[in-house]
Design a protein around this ligand. Structure first.
Ligand code: SF4
Length: 117
């Protein structure tokens, strides 16, 4: 089976072609211009990961931008969004403040990405 992907690691957006065996093992990766792209293709076909960006509500109702401090498994995105939607923060907050530590036991924290007073 062939999977065609666009590398999202940098703005160049290389077109990647991954050949997979019937058991899902990766046979070849083509199209990458650097090793990060090859690793992205391998990860995407074996265990896709994503950074989650969203907003959390402050106690005054204002939305505060947040993101995960590192990528988390793609299949946990909706559960992560549920955790973010259930959370609130009290202003003021600062960039890097931890809103949810170790969200869903992923090792990633949900952190604030903008200053709010
Ligand atoms: S393969 Fe390398 S150069 Fe190409 S988009 Fe991915 S990170 Fe960028």
């Amino acid at each position: 089976m062939t999977r065609n992907l666009t590398c999202i690691v940098c703005p160049r957006g290389c077109s990647l072609k991954v050949e997979l065996a019937a058991d899902g093992k990766i046979e070849t990766v083509e199209g990458f211009a650097c090793p990060r792209g090859k690793q992205y293709a391998i990860d995407e076909c074996t265990h896709p990961m994503r950074t989650v960006t969203s907003t959390v509500r402050a106690t005054n109702g204002e939305p505060v931008p947040v993101k995960t401090s590192r990528t988390i498994p793609k299949e946990l995105i909706f559960a992560c969004m549920d955790a973010i939607n259930a959370a609130t923060v009290t202003l003021p907050v600062h960039i890097g403040d931890v809103v949810i530590p170790n969200v869903l036991d992923t090792g990633a924290d949900v952190i604030v990405t903008a200053e709010r007073k």
